[in-house]
Design a protein around this ligand. Structure first.
Ligand code: FO1
Length: 309
């Protein structure tokens, strides 16, 4: 069975590690978020694509949830000595990925082609497609004005109030080659437990992707990244509230309700199940907190099982 997964960074990486243990990785296509992409020191950084690629290649720094395990930061220290900004922590090995990506993009290759080259070279066995090769960037409106996502999240530590979120460039963007087909032809589509506004939102904002989710014959299942009224990690709560959504599994279901068949929610949220049915979404209640490998695989197996039923 072929499964297509919509993915952000850290939460998606854990789930996908479980999924590619539960089913062969060759049967999985990942559609990754590019709204977090940024330029640092002139280099093109694609944090979510890299987090997923590193996780599936077995080299992710699992403590931080991003970057390469055991990486050093000697270039970062040297840049600090030269007086450059170093609020975005680029590791030395991680830099190699960004150097290669930037070189090939500047030579005119698409982000899809470069992403494929990197995942092959690093040994990640499932297909990883950026949602788009076009420019789409998440911008966050704060009392200090509009910030790029990494400025808001890393430089300002997500401490500022959020007034609005937009996906700059999305209106003119096109899905990357293979994205619409991967949704149309999948046996099932899984929306990973990722931030609905800044990880999944930029994917859905690309014209044609939400339409493909509505049109596909595949069952579409999402895993709620909100448990017990708060995000498992990161600023999803603040961002959902800024978009007028309840910070709960119900808010996730509301956002996805046009095309969602099933929502996997944590056991502690099972009281929300009747309200999900009211939205036309079938609830699947299980333990969704992935604190170790065993739980990553258990969650993936529960999702695959729910898809089969
Ligand atoms: N996250 C941080 O909190 N601090 C960092 O300095 C940082 C550096 C970084 C470098 C490369 C990379 O691929 C990711 C990095 N991240 C960092 C994570 C990233 O900001 C977020 O995980 C995603 O954008 C949200 O999904």
């Amino acid at each position: 069975m072929h499964i297509t997964a919509l993915a952000g960074g850290t939460g998606a990486a854990k789930f996908l590690r479980g999924l590619t243990t539960a089913i062969p990785p060759e049967q999985v296509t990942v559609i990754g978020n590019t709204g977090d992409d940024t330029l640092i020191w002139g280099l093109h950084i694609s944090p979510d694509l890299d987090t997923v690629t590193y996780a599936l290649a077995g080299i992710l720094d699992e403590t931080k949830g991003w970057g390469v395990r055991g990486d050093s930061f000697r270039c970062l220290a040297a840049m600090a000595a030269l007086g450059r900004d170093t609020w975005f922590n680029l590791g030395d090995r991680d830099l190699a990925t960004h150097l290669l990506r930037t070189e090939r993009l500047r030579a005119g290759e698409s982000l899809s082609k470069v992403t494929e080259a990197i995942r092959r070279a690093l040994g990640a066995r499932c297909r990883i497609l950026p949602a788009t090769d076009s420019f789409v960037r998440t911008r966050v409106l704060t009392p200090q004005g509009w910030l790029g996502f990494q400025e808001f999240f890393v430089r300002e530590k997500a401490l500022l109030d959020v007034l609005d979120v937009i996906y700059d460039g999305a209106d003119e963007a096109r899905p990357a080659p293979g994205v619409v087909e991967a949704i149309a032809e999948a046996r099932a589509v899984i929306v990973c437990p990722s931030n609905p506004i800044t990880s999944i939102g930029p994917i859905l904002a690309v014209p044609g992707i939400a339409e493909a989710l509505t049109a596909t014959r595949a069952k579409v299942v999402a895993i709620s990244p909100i448990v017990g009224g708060a995000p498992v990690s990161g600023p999803a709560g603040k961002l959902m509230a800024a978009k007028g959504l309840p910070v709960s599994a119900l808010g996730v279901a509301q956002l996805y309700s046009a095309w969602l068949d099933l929502l996997v929610l944590d056991t502690r949220d099972q009281a929300l199940a009747p309200e999900l049915l009211g939205l036309g979404v079938r609830p699947v209640v299980t333990d969704t907190i992935m604190t170790d490998r065993r739980r990553e695989v258990a969650l993936a197996r529960a999702v695959v099982e729910a898809l089969g039923s």
